[in-house]
Design a binder for this molecule. Structure first.
Ligand code: C2O
Ligand code: CU
Length: 534
């Protein structure tokens, strides 16, 4: 089959319009001898906040009994407000990093693992050199300096390992943590704060009989993505939250490798969101359930003020369909998304129990308006009729974007973006969701299609439209009410047959910014590309 996109192959290194030297761009793989990693602070960068982050092996208690061997981020505050770093006790998750808009942050990242690693600041709008591109992965004993001003608006982000072809295993072993940003606009709102503003990091793991982490094996498993049989909230199984009769803010982060959650209360009470990936919403949005794909965030407003002491509620993930390839596509019995008889993708399960323990009389009231969002439309883009494609395809054992696998030294013409421009981007399945193209290719494509969370590094974007065509309409009904498209996003769930148009600004920073599937197994299989902003 011929590609539907006019790709022009070109070796990035031979492209003369690039204003940087090749050695500066690709120090790690191509110029191992002259790596120009930033290992010293810049004298002119006056940091308000300085943090040292170390990654190393550790043993932490997760299940009762034997401790679990993990990889973990440790952080130490060298300069700045005391609440910049908040530890999650006895946890494999790294400490929460709390920033304020406008702060200048310097991080000394020291890798003490026995393998290379690099930290990506997921959702943060930072320069290439502080974004954690895999080309900056450092060896054991090396230091990488990050320097950036916090440009983000108030919201929930996270940091995690982004090592070339090792993101999935390193995140699985524990290399992730939460980032919050606050700003004046948020401070002016009466939102739950302090002990009423809590992280809710969702991850799934599988343990062996000695409490050690088990990961999947083989190509087929990777194509499906890792799905664990034990659901962890903030690094702990069987999560229970004791709450008072008042409103809470829960910052829900899907930190799982591949699992997609359909969040809902067990008693059918709808869920109210006040924020998505990068920012608060203009106004709260209420849904019967909320879909949350890997790397997506939702700030939930959970109000227990009409509950009574003694009440118990369960946050669940409800059953849904269509996220995994149909049986015919992957071979009999392979479309279930299970890893060793555990919880399949789209199965129904409990996530956490909330016990109402104490009656209080005061609670913040859900604001009608939250923050101002400038709506981006087609009028803001300079490529209205020529959107940048992000075409999802799954060749047997090879999930790709735009018909290509990741290569650190490659950028195609259509992946070059002018600094300061705002682009229309179309995310679609190369087979299945497109009109025409009947025949074998399409049929195979439909069977092979699965859901992919597509993430773009750098600045947050807005969803302009989402449409679903072709087969899979019945399955789609089980997820379609769970989207929030009104806020700033950096990751979007793309179900089989679905097509999204997004608008993304490429402002402030030149350089290489990745876009990839945040099913981490897919990412490591090469379902990743990059934009070059110049
Ligand atoms: Cu959270 Cu490139 O990833
Ligand atoms: Cu994927």
């Amino acid at each position: 089959m011929t590609n539907k996109i006019n790709y022009k192959r070109r070796n990035f290194l031979q492209h003369s319009a690039i204003g940087m030297t090749a050695a500066g761009l690709f120090p790690k793989l191509l110029f191992a001898k002259n790596r120009s990693l930033k290992s010293e602070p810049t004298a002119s960068f006056k940091a308000d906040v300085e943090i040292e982050i170390i990654s190393r092996d550790a043993y932490v208690p997760i299940k009762s009994g034997r401790k679990t061997k993990v990889q973990k981020y440790y952080a130490k505050l060298l300069k700045g407000p005391k609440d910049t770093i908040v530890e999650l006790e006895d946890n494999y998750l790294g400490p929460t990093l709390n920033y304020k808009q406008g702060q200048k942050v310097r991080i000394y990242y020291k890798n003490k693992l026995t393998e290379v690693s690099v930290i990506h600041m997921h959702g943060m709008h930072v320069p290439q050199s502080s974004d954690g591109h895999p080309m900056y992965a450092i060896n054991t004993g090396e230091t990488l300096v990050y320097e950036f001003e916090v440009l983000n608006r108030a919201g929930t982000n996270f940091y995690h390992s982004h090592s070339h072809e090792m993101t999935a295993t390193q995140v699985y072993k524990g290399l992730a943590g939460l980032i919050t940003v606050t700003d004046k606009e948020e401070q002016a709102l009466d939102l739950p704060r302090g002990e009423y503003d809590l992280p809710f990091v969702l991850q799934d793991r599988t343990f062996d009989g000695r409490n050690q982490l088990q990961y999947l094996h083989g190509m087929h498993g990777k194509m499906m993505g890792f799905l664990g049989d034990t659901i962890l909230v903030n690094g702990k199984p069987d999560a229970v939250f004791s709450v008072k009769t008042r409103a809470y803010r829960f910052r829900v982060v899907n930190g799982s490798n591949s699992r997609i959650y359909k969040l809902a209360w067990n008693d059918g009470t709808p869920l109210t969101a006040i924020g998505t990936d990068g920012n608060l919403l203009e106004q709260p949005e209420t849904r019967p359930y909320l879909m949350l794909a890997p790397a997506e965030r939702i700030d939930l407003w959970l109000d227990f003020s009409h509950r009574s002491v003694g009440d118990e509620l369960v946050m669940k993930s409800l059953e849904y369909e269509g996220a995994m390839p149909s049986r015919g596509g992957m071979g009999m019995g392979m479309g279930m998304g299970m890893s060793g008889g555990g919880l399949g993708q789209g199965d129904d399960f409990s996530i956490a129990t909330f016990k109402v323990m104490e009656k209080v009389s005061k609670s913040p009231v859900l604001p009608k308006k939250l923050v101002k969002i400038d709506r981006l439309t087609e009028r803001d883009v300079d490529n209205k009729n020529n959107p940048i494609p992000i075409a999802i395809s799954m060749k047997p054992m090879r999930p790709q974007l735009n018909g290509r696998s990741y290569a650190m030294d490659r950028v195609e013409d259509f992946e070059e973006v002018e600094l300061g421009s705002i682009k229309k981007i179309k995310i679609f399945h190369e087979h299945g969701g497109m009109k025409g193209g009947m025949g074998r290719g399409r049929g195979m494509g439909m069977m092979m299609s699965m859901a992919h969370p597509i993430h773009l590094h750098g600045q947050q974007f807005q969803v302009l439209s989402r449409k679903m065509e072709g087969r899979g309409q019945e399955e789609y009904k089980t997820v379609r009410e769970g989207y929030i498209n009104s806020g700033w996003k950096d990751t979007v769930l793309v179900m089989p047959g679905e097509e999204l148009v997004i608008v993304k600004p490429f402002q402030d920073f030149k350089g290489l910014f990745l876009y990839h599937c945040h099913n981490l197994e897919h990412e490591d299989l090469g379902m990743m590309r990059q934009f070059y902003v110049s």
